[in-house]
Write a protein that binds this ligand. Structure first.
Ligand SMILES: Nc1ncnc2c1ncn2[C@@H]1O[C@H](COP(=O)(O)OP(=O)(O)OP(=O)(O)O)[C@@H](O)[C@H]1O
Length: 368
């Protein structure tokens, strides 16, 4: 999928970006607006706001949202009737397996596509029909850029800012995305990560109230990723409402106030991180030199995984780990490669994804 930003009061895509969103996602967008100063605390470790959503607080609300590609009989239902409310000032992460329908959903919320069923309101308006009023308040960072290669970073940003009703000073924006030192470099000579940061610069250049970030850190090296995440956290702390998609689950854990996980066109889990992982089992994994021996009595289920490890799936991690360690100590048994893992977003995600591949999130030993 490809794409970048945004346009202002409405109509077009940025020069070089594709116009109508489609299979190749999906260029266009808007990037503008006025910042909402209603700052709230945010980011990793902050208290999470679990207040019930109210209509007043909802910047985005969608009900029974559907998006079908192709004809009713033979088409593909990519978004199968989802309800969504995103509150003013929160960072909402939309996660999901490949092909789950995240981009198809985002495009409707962004006003780039019409839903084929249900309804959506952004700032109380129809984001597709009323885009002239909605777009100036939002910024979009789509999945890849469409900048003319022979412009410098500053020229590209200046050109973009010329389309905005309330552009911020170029230097401040370049500084914010850490591109000041590359301002005079042609786009063709920028690294992929730098182009991505220029995408982000365009998305925030108008000081949007509502920011859509579609995989903003994909392709960035770890340092750039961290800096981009810090910038996202700052935008959030300033009161910007942010809708984020990412394949990096640690990013969602660190940044998001609330998370929704999509699978096959539906939202299958949602809530604050603690709510999403609540009730999900933990895992103990280890090997025994002698193979499967008689284990102590454990509350969890015991199985052998594909790598000949003993796996205990349990909702009483501390108890079962204690019993196992006592048992091993009293018998002089070595628990080889012992791994005790509390439930995490990753384990929830993988249990939803089942056997489907989700390579970016996979880590050794994580399964559910
Ligand atoms: N223009 C299109 N025509 C037909 N089917 C499409 C089109 N765009 C997307 N799809 C299908 O709709 C489903 C959802 O796609 P979408 O791109 O929204 O998923 P996603 O969650 O963003 O996936 P990824 O994480 O891989 O980017 C997929 O099965 C995809 O093949």
């Amino acid at each position: 999928m490809t794409t970048t930003q945004s346009t202002p009061e409405g109509t077009g895509s940025r020069p070089g970006a594709a116009g109508e969103p489609g299979r190749s996602r999906r260029a266009t967008g808007a990037g503008i607006g006025r910042a909402d100063a209603a700052a709230r605390t945010s980011s990793a470790g902050r208290p999470r706001d679990t207040r019930p959503v109210t209509d007043e607080a909802a910047v985005i609300s969608a009900s029974g949202l559907e998006r079908r590609y192709g004809s009713h009989r033979h088409g593909h239902l990519a978004v199968a009737g989802i309800d969504l409310e995103i509150r003013r000032g929160e960072l909402f992460a939309l996660l999901g397996t490949n092909g789950a329908g995240k981009t198809s959903t985002l495009e409707v919320l962004e006003g780039l596509a019409r839903p084929t069923g249900g309804s959506v309101r952004v700032f109380g308006a129809d984001p597709y029909r009323d885009r002239g009023t909605v777009r100036p308040r939002q910024g979009l960072m789509l999945q890849s850029g469409g900048f003319p290669a022979d412009l410098t970073a500053r020229e590209a940003l200046r050109m973009w800012c010329a389309t905005l009703s309330t552009p911020r000073p170029l230097d401040a924006v370049l500084e914010e995305v850490d591109l000041s030192h590359r301002a005079s470099t042609r786009i063709s000579a920028l690294s992929g990560g730098e182009v991505r940061r220029l995408d982000l610069a365009c998305a925030v250049a108008g000081g949007p109230e509502l920011l859509f970030l579609d995989e903003p850190t994909t392709g960035l090296d770890p340092e750039s990723r961290t800096r981009t995440q810090e910038l996202i956290a700052r935008l959030r702390a300033r009161g910007t409402t942010i809708v984020l998609t990412t394949h990096y689950l640690d990013e969602a854990e660190a940044l998001a106030d609330r998370i929704a996980i999509m699978h096959r066109g539906r939202i299958v889990r949602r809530g604050a991180l603690a709510e999403v992982i609540a009730g999900h089992p933990a895992h103990l994994r280890f090997r025994l030199a002698t193979g499967l021996a008689e284990l102590p009595s454990l509350t969890g289920d015991v199985a052998i995984d594909g790598r000949d490890r003993i796996v205990v799936t349990t909702t009483a991690l501390q108890d079962d780990l204690g019993r196992l360690l006592d048992w091993a100590r009293s018998r002089g048994v070595a628990l080889l490669d012992l791994d005790a893992r509390a439930p995490s977003l990753e384990s929830v995600f993988l249990s939803i994804a089942g056997s489907e591949t989700y390579a970016p999130a996979l880590t050794e030993g994580a399964s559910a």
